[in-house]
Design a binder for this molecule. Structure first.
Ligand SMILES: Nc1ncnc2c1ncn2[C@@H]1O[C@H](COP(=O)(O)OP(=O)(O)OP(=O)(O)O)[C@@H](O)[C@H]1O
Length: 275
């Protein structure tokens, strides 16, 4: 199938030579990547990118650096069209399992995020109302997390991050522990939200090859090199970049049923196994 037309515009987020050492061990080594505003003629299209890597490779460390929660030893993360150094709060963070405050209502949960982002009470009320409507949660504002379904809780957790970060949403293992139907629902939701705003950018950190290839327009493989004897060289870096738009897989319904998907999946899995 022929690829869908698109072009890249401004840089929205850039990692420049990010390296990290912890307890004397090199964890990340010269990680470079760039997320650009992806433009599809006739469509509003945000970005969905995935950082894929095996367990223990340094995904969580990179996640924290991307979110401005930790500083790398060298290198930097620049965000927005103005390319400013990332600060805590500029990138919305959704931790694994979509945690919420159990003792606060849905509106209360959104309010906490709004307060952390420095919004006034009036702004919190206004933005919460807008966001609840956008997420189809209008009727649930005064409910507590325990009174929601799993899918609704996920939506609230994602909505919460939209209170503080308009554009960037970083998700840590968003598919872990979910059944097939729930994975479909999260993928559908990410796609829908990404198509709601030209600058909306989802960054998924995951080891789930299938889900990453189903939802992302770009996938980066994070891994460590091996020396000539096959031993692991400390320090993960970007080992491969897969452009799913060029493969004709991005923005399709059920790309997993396309032959191109199986081919790319084979290639990614083979590379993954060597990391
Ligand atoms: N505070 C720390 N001090 C020393 N080493 C650390 C520290 N935090 C993490 N590490 C090491 O850094 C490496 C990467 O850890 P990280 O949690 O980022 O991996 P990951 O890719 O997220 O793994 P997983 O998918 O299993 O969660 C691991 O080898 C870990 O032992």
């Amino acid at each position: 199938m022929s690829p869908i037309a698109y072009e890249y515009r401004d840089t929205l987020l850039k990692l420049e030579n990010v390296s990290l050492t912890l307890g004397g061990n090199t964890i990340l080594r010269d990680v470079n990547l760039e997320i650009k505003d992806l433009h599809r003629p006739g469509y509003t299209q945000g970005q969905v990118v995935a950082l894929l890597g095996p367990s223990g490779v340094g995904k969580t460390c990179l996640f924290r650096i991307l979110a401005g929660l930790d500083k790398p030893d060298c290198g930097q993360v620049l965000v927005e069209q103005e390319q400013i150094p990332v600060q805590r709060g500029m990138v919305g963070v959704i931790a694994q399992h979509y945690p919420l405050f159990a003792h606060r209502t849905v509106r209360g949960n959104l309010g906490v995020a709004g307060k952390q982002a420095g919004l006034s009470s009036a702004e919190i009320t206004q933005r919460s109302t807008d966001i609840l409507a956008r997420f189809g949660l209008e009727e649930h504002g005064s409910k507590y997390p325990a009174q929601l379904s799993g899918g609704q809780r996920q939506r609230v957790a994602i909505a919460q991050q939209f209170m503080c970060s308009e554009h960037f949403l970083l998700m840590d293992e968003p598919f872990s522990g979910l059944d097939m139907v729930a994975v479909d629902r999260v993928i559908g939701f990410i796609r829908e939200m990404a198509a709601s705003d030209e600058l909306k950018t989802f960054i998924l950190v995951t080891h789930d090859v299938d889900a990453a290839l189903r939802v992302a327009d770009t996938v980066w493989l994070l891994g460590r090199d091996r020396d000539e004897k096959g031993n692991i060289v400390p320090g993960a870096r970007i080992q491969a970049t897969y452009n799913l738009a060029d493969c004709g897989l991005a923005w399709r319904d059920e790309p997993e049923n396309m032959p191109e998907f199986a081919e790319l999946r084979r290639e990614v899995c083979a590379a993954f196994r060597n990391l």
